[in-house]
Design a protein around this ligand. Structure first.
Ligand code: UT7
Length: 329
């Protein structure tokens, strides 16, 4: 490469994996009813757009889901694992306290030497990880990165709390991001506001061989909803301005898949018809850091998103964190 030429990053392959156990809303309602907790398919569909989610088997961890998604992304990019020189995994449900899921994926791919680390930004994790990988590629410290979002949120759900346990699912999505003379990633922006740590959290920790505090997910759904709708519009406008583009240039919006009503509201504010919004929340539920790469891969494999399309990815979640990446595929 000419030293004077600009260096960008571009997605050259996508992959995803869902554990086979699919639970419909009715399956979940039946399970909760056994504990005297009432919910219904009707309530879940109307308030969230979710119809089903996948739960991993007890012996399957985030790194197992991540590995399958990574293999598919590598295959799509026509790359051997040995050519990868950076692995970043976005997750809030790692296999163990340490080492990172990224190192476990590296072990399972049988590669050595390249940097591998996890990013913890809950549902904004994939956007964070993609932005970090893009920076590392543009500055020359990596050339071929695997960027993965992988979660087993079923492990941290409180099945006695109907306001949260019906919302989440397990899965993984991955992309291969390669150095390129033309973008690729056009602009990205990340944010956090730690004043809101309490509205979405898993407050437990491990100490002295025991779990200390509550290791199950807590969420003030309405507070998250209100914050999400505001920041998603702002960050979308900000990345578009950075890339010198407008909302009319967006071919596809891939928002974090948490709630169809948040997606509808964002689309409306950006004057995008719902036909330009990739929706997988109906079949996946909220898979946190995995939701965006899962939706991206689903849309690419269905032939909706094509080479050359302009795509806006938007994440929002616990922290409170949010961010966006604008890219040409
Ligand atoms: O991934 C990070 C991002 N997370 C999110 O984006 C989540 C954002 N928040 C939301 O998606 C929504 O706030 C929820 C889907 C969590 C809740 O929807 P809502 O329209 O805000 O409902 P609500 O909390 O106001 O609850 C309405 C009613 C309540 O009953 P009362 O108090 O009106 O009698 C709840 O107890 O619905 C009841 N309810 C349920 N009923 C049946 C709550 N959960 C359920 C349930 N089944 N699963």
């Amino acid at each position: 490469m000419n030293h004077m030429s600009a260096r960008y990053s571009r997605i050259t392959g996508t992959g995803s994996f869902l554990p086979p156990n699919r639970l419909t809303n009715q399956d979940l309602a039946d399970r909760l009813a056994a504990d005297g907790i009432e919910t219904s398919d009707e309530w879940i569909v109307e308030r969230t757009g979710i119809r089903a989610r996948h739960f991993a088997a007890a012996d399957v961890a985030a790194s197992d889901l991540a590995l399958e998604a990574a293999k598919r992304a590598l295959e799509a990019a026509k790359l051997e694992a040995s050519s990868i020189d950076l692995i970043i995994v976005a997750t809030s449900t790692p296999d163990m306290v340490f080492p990172s899921v990224a190192c476990l994926v590296q072990q399972k791919l049988e590669v050595q030497g390249c940097p591998a680390f996890d990013v913890q930004a809950v549902c904004s994790g994939f956007v964070y990880a993609l932005s970090v990988a893009d920076s590392m590629i543009r500055t020359g410290s990596a050339s071929k990165a695997l960027v993965i979002g992988a979660e087993v949120f079923s492990r941290i759900l409180d099945f006695k709390d109907r306001t949260t346990c019906v919302l989440f699912g397990d899965g993984a999505g991955a992309v291969v991001l390669e150095a390129s003379g033309k973008p690729g990633i056009l602009a990205s922006e990340l944010h956090a506001d730690g004043r809101h740590v309490g509205i979405l959290c898993v407050p437990g920790s491990v100490s002295g061989g025991k779990v200390v505090g509550d290791p199950l997910l807590k969420m003030d759904g309405q507070a998250v909803f209100k914050l999400a709708v505001g920041v998603l519009e702002d960050v979308a406008r900000s990345v578009l301005a950075k890339a010198d583009r407008t909302d009319a240039d967006i071919d596809w919006l891939i928002p974090h898949q948490a709630n169809i009503r948040i997606m509808q509201s964002t689309a409306k504010k950006l004057k995008l018809p719902m036909g330009k919004v990739i929706v997988t929340v109906d079949e996946h539920g909220n898979t946190s850091a995995a939701s965006i790469p899962l939706a991206l891969d689903d849309a690419v494999r269905k032939g909706k998103i094509k080479q050359g399309d302009t795509v806006l990815l938007e994440g929002v979640g616990g922290g409170f964190t949010w961010g966006a990446v604008l890219l040409d595929l």
